[in-house]
Design a protein around this ligand. Structure first.
Ligand SMILES: NC(=O)c1ccc[n+]([C@@H]2O[C@H](COP(=O)([O-])OP(=O)(O)OC[C@H]3O[C@@H](n4cnc5c(N)ncnc54)[C@H](OP(=O)(O)O)[C@@H]3O)[C@@H](O)[C@H]2O)c1
Length: 242
């Protein structure tokens, strides 16, 4: 059965590719991005024949913007979502303590996007997920997927990008907490490492393409159930230590 899916950060990278592959398999995708007017690749994709993609503006770091987008979707597109993918993320400095990129503004933007953004997205779209779960959903379950990173795992501590690592540790932790809070609503929650992916963030030397990552992630979201809620694994389904 085709799904209703919301994906944040859908204008480029892994988010754009998840949008493409989900729409190509017949799902209806609400593609959220900060600047729809500048999202040329996403607009081109949404214009392709046979694909159901609605583009909406949403900065996940802005609580009121996420709230406004959630009510706009409920009144104009759908009040029920089978899957919400919190994908939007930022890495604003790659060096250690003395990297000048670790400005107060950059740190705030990383934490507000990678941590609070997941929280705001969950908070304002839980009603849509609850509606899908109570309508039958996929096996009576609706799903929240958090795109985190193995760089946030304490088992993979390293000397690069400490703020990004800390933000992704928090994102994974948040997913686990939300899996507990939302279990009573039949909303399953998972956190995923998408692989080291050839995007603006991952760089051209990265190990896998956005196509491989997105294909794996969509399969993982399909597999997620109330039995596996709280999972942290990679795009290929290998469990990941927290
Ligand atoms: N690539 C990798 O190797 C890798 C590895 C581990 C985890 N990840 C995670 O995977 C996710 C996607 O990464 P990517 O590689 O596709 O990165 P990317 O190519 O840099 O794309 C990041 C996306 O997030 C959006 N975004 C950033 N801040 C936002 C905000 N405040 N509100 C809404 N959207 C925002 C960007 O929108 P704009 O165009 O407006 O900036 C863009 O669409 C991220 O969470 C990232 O941390 C990536």
């Amino acid at each position: 059965m085709p799904l209703h899916i919301l994906i944040t950060g859908a204008n480029r990278g892994i988010g754009l590719e998840m949008t493409r592959q989900a729409a190509q398999r017949g799902d209806r995708v609400i593609a959220a991005c900060r600047h729809p007017d500048d999202a040329a690749d996403l607009q081109k994709l949404a214009a392709e024949d046979g694909l159901q993609i609605d583009i909406i503006g949403m900065d996940v770091a802005d609580d009121s913007a996420v709230a406004a987008a959630a009510s706009q979707i409920a009144s104009t597109i759908t009040g029920a979502l089978d899957l919400v993918v919190a994908n939007a993320g930022q890495m604003n400095a790659r060096g250690g303590l003395q990297d000048p990129g670790h400005t107060q503004d950059n740190i705030a933007a990383s934490l507000m996007t990678n941590v609070a953004g997941v929280f705001f997205t969950a908070r304002h779209f839980v009603p849509h997920l609850r509606a899908a779960a109570s309508n039958g959903g996929t096996n009576n379950v609706a799903k929240l997927a958090v795109i985190s990173s193995q760089m946030g795992s304490s088992t993979r501590a390293g000397i690069s990008a400490p703020i990004y690592r800390a933000s992704k540790a928090a994102a994974t932790n948040l997913a686990r907490s939300l899996s507990m809070e939302l279990a009573a609503d039949n909303i399953a929650v998972g956190a995923w490492h998408p692989g080291w992916v050839q995007t603006d963030m991952g760089g051209s030397e990265a190990a896998i393409t956005p196509q491989t990552s997105a294909a794996g992630l969509l399969l993982r979201f399909d597999e997620l159930s109330m039995q596996t809620t709280g999972v942290f694994e990679d795009y290929a389904g290998t469990p990941h230590p927290f």
